[in-house]
Ligand binder design. Structure first.
Ligand code: ZN
Length: 81
């Protein structure tokens, strides 16, 4: 079976079946390094296959990490004033 490697705007690479990305039933999560059912991925119309590049579990982890970083940055900004 032939797969294409795609990159999203965050620079994450993931594999899709070469035929029709939007009709896939499974998608590769680069963080888990395995294929999972599409239902494990959040919908995102900005992506070529209509789903986010990471699975739900990894997206949640990433978003939590982003929030913590933002909080640290805000705290640092407040500290400078
Ligand atoms: Zn994952």
């Amino acid at each position: 079976m032939k797969y294409l490697t795609l990159s999203d705007k965050d620079g994450n690479e993931y594999l899709v079946k070469a035929t029709s990305a939007r009709s896939m039933t499974r998608k590769f999560c680069p963080k888990c390094e395995k294929f999972m059912l599409m239902s494990n991925f959040y919908k995102n119309s900005n992506h070529i296959d209509g789903r986010q590049g990471r699975c739900k579990k990894c997206s949640a982890k990433y978003q939590n990490a982003g929030r913590e970083r933002l909080r640290d940055e805000l705290a640092a900004m407040r500290g400078q004033k």
